[in-house]
Design a protein around this ligand. Structure first.
Ligand SMILES: Cc1cc2nc3c(=O)[nH]c(=O)nc-3n(C[C@H](O)[C@H](O)[C@H](O)COP(=O)(O)OP(=O)(O)OC[C@H]3O[C@@H](n4cnc5c(N)ncnc54)[C@H](O)[C@@H]3O)c2cc1C
Length: 380
């Protein structure tokens, strides 16, 4: 588990080379212009990164969660926001591949794996974020259709995506009344809010998704009625690893930029990297990152092995990787002095992008809730 195979090293290096050439030179400008880099994402998909852990018979790459963590970390060294959108696309595509029947898999997954089509994951609502099982978007059966009414909030990729994997209420209150529908762009009754103005993740749009009397064929339901919450949470186990990996990549890039900067920058007649107090801060940054990375790989291996405690390990690893990643990036900004605050150096973008990883895919408080519930249940 702690030594990468030759194949894994090749996958990681391929993703890092792609990131260095296709993302890094443009990331600061994309952030400024709020440009969603669809062409670059499609180029990543051409290398197999559109359906990383999706099965090969529908165009996926059939790789492991650990392979995916290596890829998202490598891409995030260039642009955490782009890597994070790709992670959400992969999560949504995997949900259709894993829980859809053969017709559904063949209908949607090949175009998602190639990224001819883009996907969004729609769980959060204006009144239901952390308490996602309280969602209210209603889907009422009408013959061989559902009629959907409600609103999703903060949806990444919304307005640009072609396929929306949407958690809706088909039954009673609580998690068991939730089902998952695939809703296609262009369906009458589907509309979007304005692109939110936000602190980071400017390379991808975030919008409300609104459903007004929207008719969805019953054949677009993934899994049985009432299984939607389970499907949504299964997606998030892997999604949390991916987002953690994006934090590691952003922080790794910030550390590398800091090492180069401190080699050049002088103060009090010495290079910054000659001050021992600062050398120790670099060491702590590297130690925290390596510890978080090792833990994330352990959680990814547990998910690959379908271990009984995989959900808890993914929640723990998400909490550690996103907190440590943000702290390391913020420390990198500090070590750049005033220049770290300027956008040209690329550090402040990393800090802004990484901040939201502590909030989404379940806040880091909710990660503690998952872990503490499991601990207390074991104790009982
Ligand atoms: C840029 C961005 C992109 C996003 N993309 C998506 C997406 O693509 N799809 C999607 O479905 N959602 C998405 N989200 C939504 C995100 O998952 C939610 O914002 C998040 O789950 C928190 O929900 P909330 O904002 O409603 O906060 P709330 O749930 O209102 O929480 C507010 C605060 O209370 C804390 N809290 C709540 N309950 C508890 C508790 N029981 N114990 C301790 N603390 C608690 C929270 O941790 C938080 O600090 C995105 C959000 C952002 C900002």
């Amino acid at each position: 588990m702690f030594t990468l195979s030759e194949d894994q090293i090749a996958i990681r290096d391929m993703a890092r080379d792609f990131a260095n050439v296709e993302l890094a030179p443009y990331a600061v400008e994309w952030d400024e212009k709020k440009h969603f880099p669809k062409d670059a994402l499609r180029a990543a998909a051409a290398l197999g990164m559109g359906g990383i852990y999706v099965k090969e018979d529908v165009g996926g790459s059939g790789l492991s969660r650990l392979d995916a963590a290596l890829i998202f970390e490598a891409l995030a060294t260039a642009c955490p926001g782009t890597s994070a959108y790709l992670s959400i696309h992969n999560m949504s595509t995997w949900m259709i591949d894993r829980f859809g029947d053969d017709d559904q898999r063949r209908r949607w997954v090949p175009k998602l794996a190639s990224m001819e089509h883009f996907a969004s994951y729609c769980l959060t609502e204006p009144g239901a974020g952390s308490d996602a099982a309280a969602l209210k978007t209603k889907a009422v059966r009408d013959g061989d259709h559902y009629i959907v009414d409600g609103q999703k909030q903060f949806i990444s990729g919304a307005g640009e995506s072609d396929v929306y994997v949407v958690m809706v209420r088909t039954g009673a209150e609580g998690p068991k009344g939730i089902s998952t529908l695939v809703i296609e762009a262009g369906t009458p009754g589907l509309s979007f809010g304005a692109n939110e103005k936000k602190m980071g993740w400017n390379v991808q749009p975030t919008r409300a998704v609104i459903f007004e009397g929207l008719r969805v064929p019953v054949e677009n339901r993934i899994g049985a009625e009432g299984e939607g919450f389970k499907i949504a949470m299964a997606g998030l186990d892997g999604g949390r690893l991916n987002i953690g990996a994006c934090s590691l990549g952003g922080a790794q890039a910030a550390l590398e930029k800091t090492l180069s900067y401190m080699r050049e920058r002088k103060a009090f007649g010495k290079r910054l990297d000659e001050f021992q107090a600062l050398q120790f801060r670099l060491a702590d940054m590297a130690i925290e990152l390596e510890a978080a990375r090792t833990f994330l790989w352990r959680a990814a291996a547990a998910l690959d092995a379908k271990a009984a405690d995989a959900t808890q390990l993914c929640a723990m690893a998400k909490r550690v990787a996103t907190d440590r990643g943000f702290e390391v990036a913020n420390e990198a900004l500090q070590l750049h002095g005033g220049y770290g605050y300027l956008s040209d150096y690329g550090i402040e973008k990393i800090v802004r992008d990484l901040r939201v990883h502590q909030i989404l895919e379940g806040t880091n408080e909710i990660m503690r809730l998952i872990v503490s519930r499991a601990l207390i249940a074991q104790g009982n």
